[in-house]
Design a protein around this ligand. Sequence first.
Ligand code: GDP
Ligand code: IMO
Ligand code: MG
Length: 402
Amino acid sequence: MAITVLVGSQYGDEGKGKMVDYLAKDVDFVSRFQGGDNAGHTVINDYGIFKMHIVPCGVFTPGVINLIGTGTVVNPDSLIEELDAIEAAGVDTSLLYLSERAHLILPYHLELDAAMEENGGIGTTKRGVGQAYAFKILRKNPRAGDLRDLDELERIIDSAKVAGLAPNLNYDIPREKLETWAKRLVPMLVDPLEMVHAQIDGGKNLMFEGQLALLKDIDLGIYPYVTGSHTTAAYAAVSGGFSPKLISRIIGVVKAFTSAVGDGSFPTEMSDAESVPLRGTGENPDDEYGARTGRSRRLGWLDIPSLKFATKINGFDALALTKMDKLDELREIKVCTHYTTDSTEPVYKIFKGWLSDTSKCRTYAELPSEAKDYVEFIESELNVPIRYIGNGPARADVIDRM
Ligand code: GDP
Ligand code: IMO
Ligand code: MG
């Protein structure tokens, strides 16, 4: 039995989806443990190209049980749309389950998110994620299990309305819509504690898929420009309902440069001119545009102090360094090694680019020496082995250094 937790270590979009899809072959169970359909986890494999929003990226691997876990917030319309898309591509969803304890994102949460964004927002994905979590904390939100009893679901929604939470919102959801949700999602409901502990007791291998990343954690990130959930590895144990002592391995996904969507501090942000070669046009699935909103991502250089922070908080056992191939054409690559003594300005070390195509390399030995210098510098700064190197967007584009 082993429990692996995989999380983002920057501002999100590090390539978590691709890594979970790649690693799912080694596990029996995958669970998304926090966040909602604000996620856009890109997966490219034999089934096609997918931007996964709430369904765990282990769903493409036959025989793997997938659980949308307790710590998530789930928009039923969005989940049904995602199910339709993957089922149409021939993916078997019969082992995909939904925790009865996960909370629902309802249309009025989206309405509130949009209204808040119009009045001094932080640049959310407008999926109502933080708003659903807020109603959960206020104990005025229905859970997925409430879809089993629509009268009870309506009573909970009414209790939020009567309590005067954002009174201008439209709390009315047509009964037919609730029935559509129930018909599709009730068969997927499970008691998550029973399921997770059966896996643990049965000696299975479990993986927990994080959403977003440390710098957007509600407590430890760049508040208020953060998401509504805990993006740290420790939260996998809370969401999964098991002792944190059982976590065997924590993998941090690090993009070979940095990107962020939304507002907030980003000290190593590049100039527009520097970002052009990395951004792409939006035509390729690995161009730098948000997988959820299509927004152009803000790009920057690698930030070692911030990765040290992510390492300290999460306790990474191994790293997956993704998008190395995107640096192939750069003459110079900057890495922020520290900040000036007043903590304001990043100080950069400049690496010589390797100016060659690394996308066909299948072993570490095949990488050009300048690329190895880059990898080994990051390893030595963080004191964590870089076990996986991503050199293309598809499932197969991973160098495993085992
Ligand atoms: P996630 O949210 O962490 O799952 O990451 P996203 O899917 O939002 O963003 C990562 C982007 O990088 C996607 O477009 C992936 O297809 C792409 N990607 C992931 N790993 C690699 C890699 O090693 N090389 C290249 N070229 N693209 C990658
Ligand atoms: P994945 O899982 C990148 C950002 C938003 C905004 C902030 C809060 O694909 O890495 P929210 O909608 O969560 O209330 O927005 O977080 N954000 C993401 N940025 N990747 C994501 O997910 C994101 N999910 C939310 O842009 O700054
Ligand atoms: Mg993403």
